[in-house]
Design a protein around this ligand. Structure first.
Ligand SMILES: [Cu+2]
Length: 163
């Protein structure tokens, strides 16, 4: 009897954290290292990030909005007759155990028609709407126009020759 109760307790303890994260508000979906490119009012920019799904169910990023852009779209890049072109996508899949990676040359959140300058060093709010996890607003650091990602002490003055 005693042994059985102990086992049950251990099982409950092990199950609890995942149950909490699946149902809690906080962390079903986590946005890691968001960043956006500096640009000027009236022009376009893009935001990039990695999205991790901590829940037990597949989710999708279905929309985004920001006060710094007139229109915000979800885009990808596709090769079209040897030319890289941006295309809107309906949603970005956020699979369990397989983070969605938004990066230059791939998936991105397109900020169309900036309502003001985006200056390197500031942060701008971006609201992401997930099919299951709901809305999440993240503060997105703005990196210099030539940057290719955060955390890189890498190419300090990236010349941005990427096509
Ligand atoms: Cu785009």
């Amino acid at each position: 009897m005693k042994t059985r109760r102990l086992v049950l307790g251990a099982l409950l303890a092990a199950a609890l954290p995942s149950a909490l994260s699946a149902h809690g508000h906080g962390d079903a979906v986590e946005v890691v290292e968001p960043w956006a490119r500096a640009s000027l009012a009236g022009r376009n920019s893009a935001a990039y990030m990695t999205i991790v799904n901590h829940s037990a169910a597949q989710d999708r990023l279905v929309a985004a909005a920001s006060p710094v852009a007139r229109v915000v779209e979800l885009h990808t890049h596709r090769m079209d007759n040897g030319v890289m072109r941006m295309r809107p996508v309906e949603a970005i899949e956020v699979n369990v155990g397989e983070p969605a990676v938004l990066r230059p040359g791939g998936l991105h959140v397109m900020l169309i028609g900036l309502t003001r300058d985006l200056k390197a060093g500031e942060t701008v709010p971006l609201t992401l709407r997930f099919e299951k996890a709901g809305e999440r607003t993240v503060e997105v650091p703005v990196l210099p126009a030539g940057a290719s990602g955060p955390g890189g002490h890498g190419p300090g003055h990236g010349h941005g020759h990427r096509h």
